[in-house]
Design a protein around this ligand. Sequence first.
Ligand SMILES: Nc1nc2c(c(=O)[nH]1)N[C@H]1C(S)=C(S)[C@@H](COP(=O)(O)O)O[C@H]1N2
Ligand SMILES: [Mo]
Length: 312
Amino acid sequence: MSNNILRPEWHLPENRVTPERAYRNRRKFLRELGLANGGLLAASLAAEAAAAKKLYPAQRNIAFSPPDLKLTNERVFTTYNNFYEFSTDKEAVVDRVGKFVITPWPVKIHGLCEQPFTADADELAAEFGVEERVYRFRCVEAWGAVVPWTGFELRKLLEKVKPKAGAKFVKFVTANRPEQMPGIARLRGYPWPYTEGLRLDEAMHPLTMLVTGVYGKPLPKQNGAPIRLVVPWKYGYKSGKSLVEIELTDKQPKTLWETLSPEEYPFESNVDPAVPHPRWSQATERQVDTGDRIRTLPFNGYAAQVASLYKK
Ligand SMILES: Nc1nc2c(c(=O)[nH]1)N[C@H]1C(S)=C(S)[C@@H](COP(=O)(O)O)O[C@H]1N2
Ligand SMILES: [Mo]
């Protein structure tokens, strides 16, 4: 403990992921220190910010970034957002995130595992290391994009907490802060928080990423800062934004969208051009920046990697 705070936080020599109690104590200590000595706290926070900045841009992993994919325009992708906690108007989200506070950001990883812990989003990124991957992204509303995400495989985090034999699913819970998220009060009937889930084998798949950056920079608030999920072979709503909790469980989690409309948004939700949404076709998708309409691919183009997960 005392050893840790003699040096800037980014200089932690050992394991950056701290058990929950130590994490809380350290934050509390820094806060108390801040009251007595604002300068030191500010210096520590500045060091953390510098460490976070150094992670971006991260090196691209070409094995996970098909060379034929052309990136979607950055400005378009970062200003056309589905984030109902702020607005249902995709172009308005970016203007409503001003009050959203993303530091500090403890993420709790718990449930059916041997070694639960809590760590800040930027500590997770530093601990596991980040890389860039260019993935196709497909919203259930029949629009798509090609996005350079920065993050790490969720698998690494799950291996760290050691799932127990009974763990069959992973539940993802996202921030629920009506005072910072003006869209929540406007959708009173929704079962907040926005919750999603995966089977454990889907969560362990190397394509499944925890993302902390995009386009070579830290994730903007409207795209799910400071940490979100990305599951490229599933419709976009499976990729919860601004995660606060990751729980291993033996029961299939109740998701927000499945609770609202199970026929339209079932738990599995793999991208499949052959299965129309009850209200529209899924055969094609509009690229958000160019407006081009392209054919949607089974598993969003990732069939070779993931189809075996679904062989009965
Ligand atoms: N917390 C939260 N996560 C969310 C959503 C949301 O409304 N709230 N929308 C989902 C949907 S429908 C999509 S398509 C993607 C959009 O991510 P993007 O804005 O980065 O493109 O986020 C998903 N994750
Ligand atoms: Mo979506």
